[in-house]
Write a protein that binds this ligand. Structure first.
Ligand code: MG
Length: 249
């Protein structure tokens, strides 16, 4: 028993050291105030008839692994949801998209003991593989506010915090206006509008560049690209009922 406690203590020490190393690099771009007001929210979801259903609970037929284009190693659950298997990598859609309306439901993990800040159910929705709307357990879990759930990561703080408790299903409805490039140059900026649980949390914010954790975002020219769901770390997030509508703007 004493040996087990000693080993656990050593592991925790190295884990804390690793975390603090990462945090030191990312700290200069963290903003902690003002903290968005906490409000209550409710949600509902029905895929419109012109939507592309990306996940209906049955299989991963619309998805591959983010970097190796193989069948995803994430878990499909009996209740029609899927769960991230940490360490297997993110997943991306086989199809590429430009500007879209996206509906996605997600649930953070209830086993929050010993997890705080960015380590508590960190995932994310990347439009065109580059622009992240953060998913995190932000229910009574302080972190830098431009990295809490509903942030356009390291670019925009959500207007309010409409997060539900860990283990409760939540939703994002995202309107994404894709940036337009002429070879190397940005000729039309991209925008995000985001609803969390039916509440507006991002109001037509202009995308500043590719999401980055260290340093400031920069624009990188690209065309249509897949949607990515992130495998970050520590506590697995679940997803269900994902559909998307192409929009022209
Ligand atoms: Mg994330």
């Amino acid at each position: 028993m004493i040996m087990f406690i000693k080993k656990t203590t050593i592991l925790l020490f190295f884990f804390s050291f690793f975390l603090s190393f990462c945090q030191n690099k990312s700290k200069p771009t963290e903003i902690w105030e003002p903290i968005p007001n906490k409000i209550d929210a409710y949600n509902f979801s029905i895929a419109p008839s012109d939507a592309v259903v990306l996940f209906d609970g049955k299989n991963f037929s619309s998805w591959v692994t983010q970097y190796s284009n193989q069948s995803p190693k994430w878990k499909i659950n009996k209740d029609g949801s899927m769960t991230v298997v940490n360490g297997t990598g993110g997943i991306k859609t086989k199809q590429s998209f430009g500007s879209v309306q996206l509906h996605i439901e997600w649930k953070t993990n209830e086993n929050v003991q010993n997890y705080t800040g960015q380590s508590r159910s960190n995932s994310g929705v990347f439009l065109q593989q580059k622009y992240e709307v953060q998913i995190l357990d932000s229910y009574e879990n302080p972190t830098y506010v431009n990295g809490q759930t509903g942030s356009v990561y390291k670019q925009y703080i959500p207007l309010v915090n409409s997060s539900k408790k860990p283990g409760e299903w939540q939703s994002y409805d995202i309107i994404f206006n894709a940036p337009v490039f002429d070879k190397k140059n940005l000729i039309k900026p991209g925008y995000f509008t985001v609803f969390q649980n039916g509440v507006l949390i991002q109001n037509h914010v202009q995308i500043q560049g590719t999401t980055t954790n260290v340093g400031l975002p920069k624009h990188e020219a690209h065309g249509n690209a897949p949607l990515v769901l992130q495998d970050h770390c520590c506590l697995a997030v679940s997803y269900r009922n994902i559909w998307i509508r192409k929009i022209t703007d």
